[in-house]
Design a protein. Structure first.
Ligand SMILES: *Cc1c(COP(=O)(O)O)cnc(C)c1O
Length: 381
């Protein structure tokens, strides 16, 4: 190993988060849907510019409840962007419905709107677009497509808190959006999720289904009578603990600071990488801002992505593939082809991206990558 290991990802917590946990433990309310969760929801909706927000246990739970509340049932089909963490496809299966995977654009890895039409059948209910690595999808075209056909649009914004499309905030780009607070995202509470929407009926339904199908204990505590809850529909236990909500409130307050650091690192990477043959830096499409949940380059032919990655690892730099080509996962039992997505799975290389990286770290990663590429090109020649 040359020098210290550079990790791929690392959350950014400080004294403020520790203090928030101390305070919520002392308060006595540590379960979900308590005062801290309510506070987080208000601040989150405010930041996204949506009417409602509901804090839940993770983004996968948010996606599940979003689809249920939009009426997805067994027998339905939902068009899902193929290049994503399989939580997106799983949430459709949770409803007993079928995910129909739609191919993506090579440049951004986001849903290719031109591929939607051919995937529609009479069973299609809606579309789930994914803001891959922190860049919003092509919502102008996707929204038009959904509106014309009466389909719902869900934004998988797991990675894109703080990003924008045409000046609109991520979260405000479909009927419902789902965010993640997992350790690997831009802001985090370890695990966690937030669903946002302008539709009051969806927010109410999601809140109830996240708490077994009844009003939360905190809401009941505020009632004047002694209410005995009635279970009139099946719900889940998808609440976010108030301990985690307290951490998320601090992280949300630091969003601009943390985002600015990631943008600066990405800019530095892209400038330095422009010099290296065989490596294509990521692109941000016109009219969008990217929050760089991950910094993912394309390793061009004839270089072998896997060999480059193993080479970097052996030199103390953690790296990985981009994300998954869902249609290739056996759990989905599909024979649909998504060639662009399959190519990204083979050619994408995620480089270290987190706020703890120094400018020297970035220079070291790029120099090491450059050396690896050079030695591989020599071996091929
Ligand atoms: C991380 C991620 C999820 C899942 O988020 P969890 O909070 O871990 O459930 C869903 N979709 C995408 C695109 C993700 O990156």
């Amino acid at each position: 190993m040359t020098g210290p290991a550079v990790p791929l990802a690392r959350p950014d917590f400080g004294e403020e988060e520790v203090e928030a946990v101390r305070a919520v433990l002392a308060s006595g309310w540590v379960a979900g849907q308590g005062p801290k969760s309510r506070d987080l929801e208000e601040r989150w909706a405010d930041r996204c510019g949506t009417q409602h927000a509901v804090a839940v246990s993770n983004c996968t739970a948010a996606l599940h409840l979003a689809l249920l509340s939009l009426g997805v049932e067994p027998g339905d089909e939902v068009l899902v962007a193929d290049y994503t963490y399989p939580a997106t496809g799983h949430s459709v299966l949770f409803c007993g419905a079928k995910p129909i995977f739609v191919d993506v654009l090579a440049e951004t890895g986001t849903l290719d709107p031109r591929q939607l039409e051919a995937a529609v059948t009479p069973a299609t209910r809606g579309v789930v677009a994914v803001d891959v690595f922190g860049q919003p999808a092509d919502y102008g075209a996707i929204e038009r497509f959904c509106t014309d056909r009466g389909l719902f649009l869900v934004e998988d914004a797991a990675c894109s808190m703080g990003a924008t499309y045409g000046g609109r905030a991520a979260g405000n780009l479909g009927d419902v959006a789902c965010f993640s607070l997992h350790a690997r995202k831009g802001i985090s509470s370890g695990e966690g999720g937030v669903l946002v929407t302008d539709r009051g009926d969806i927010a109410d339904s999601v809140r109830k289904r996240s708490c077994f199908g009844v009003e939360s204990a905190f809401a009941r505590q505020q009632a004047t009578k002694l209410p005995i809850p009635v279970f009139d529909e099946l719900g889940y236990n998808y609440k976010l603990s108030d301990i985690l909500a307290a951490i998320a409130i601090v992280q949300l307050g630091r969003l601009d600071e943390l985002m600015a650091r990631r943008v600066a690192i990405a800019t530095r990477y892209s400038t330095l990488l422009a010099e290296i043959p065989g490596i294509t830096p990521p692109t941000t499409a016109e009219g969008r801002t990217h929050v760089w949940q991950a910094y993912v380059v394309t390793v061009d032919e004839p270089l072998d992505r896997d060999r480059i990655a193993l080479d970097l690892r052996s030199r103390g730099i953690e790296c990985g593939f981009g994300t998954y080509a869902s249609h290739l996962q056996p759990v989905y039992r599909t024979d649909r082809a998504c060639p662009a997505s399959a190519t990204l799975l083979r050619r994408h290389l995620a480089l270290p991206m987190h706020t703890g990286l120094t400018d020297d770290d970035v220079r070291h990663v790029v120099a090491t990558l450059s050396a690896a590429v050079e030695s591989h090109l020599q071996r091929i020649a």
